[in-house]
Design a protein around this ligand. Structure first.
Ligand SMILES: [Zn+2]
Length: 130
């Protein structure tokens, strides 16, 4: 039996999320920033979830984050450690911790973004321990 990881399915690219995936192809993690109220947010959407302004811009994130919560899934097709991570820029997002020993993950642990190839199209951002 092969232990090779199956390729990740392609991501869904919508008009609103296209810049996010284009950035991912360039190895960059981007989030949205509202220029009306100054809040950073994720997931990308055209209206600020804090003040509903449409004055928003794309902001390149550092890719540095802290694990907010996580779980370990014994049998998972792709990710054994789904996790919520809080970016240094503020937003918390649902992702996964990869390249790690699931027994050594802790809340508050520092992680950094990495990009995982998919079957076709843009790569999928995930996080690995720093
Ligand atoms: Zn706003």
């Amino acid at each position: 039996m092969s232990t090779t990881q199956p390729p990740l399915p392609p991501v869904e690219v919508t008009p609103d999320s296209r810049p996010y995936w284009t950035a991912a192809e360039a190895g960059k993690l981007v989030i949205k920033q509202c220029t009306a109220c100054g809040e950073n947010y994720f997931y990308p959407r055209p209206f600020c979830p804090f003040c509903l302004s449409d004055k928003t811009i794309w902001l390149e994130a550092s890719g540095k984050a802290t694990i907010y919560s996580y779980t370990v899934v014994a049998r998972a097709p792709f990710f054994r450690v789904p996790a919520m991570v809080t970016l240094d820029e503020g937003p918390t997002l649902l992702s996964a911790i990869v390249d790690c020993d699931p027994d050594k993950i802790t809340i508050g642990q520092r992680v950094t973004v990495t990009f995982l190839a998919t079957e076709s199209g843009p790569p999928l951002p995930a996080f690995r321990p720093e």
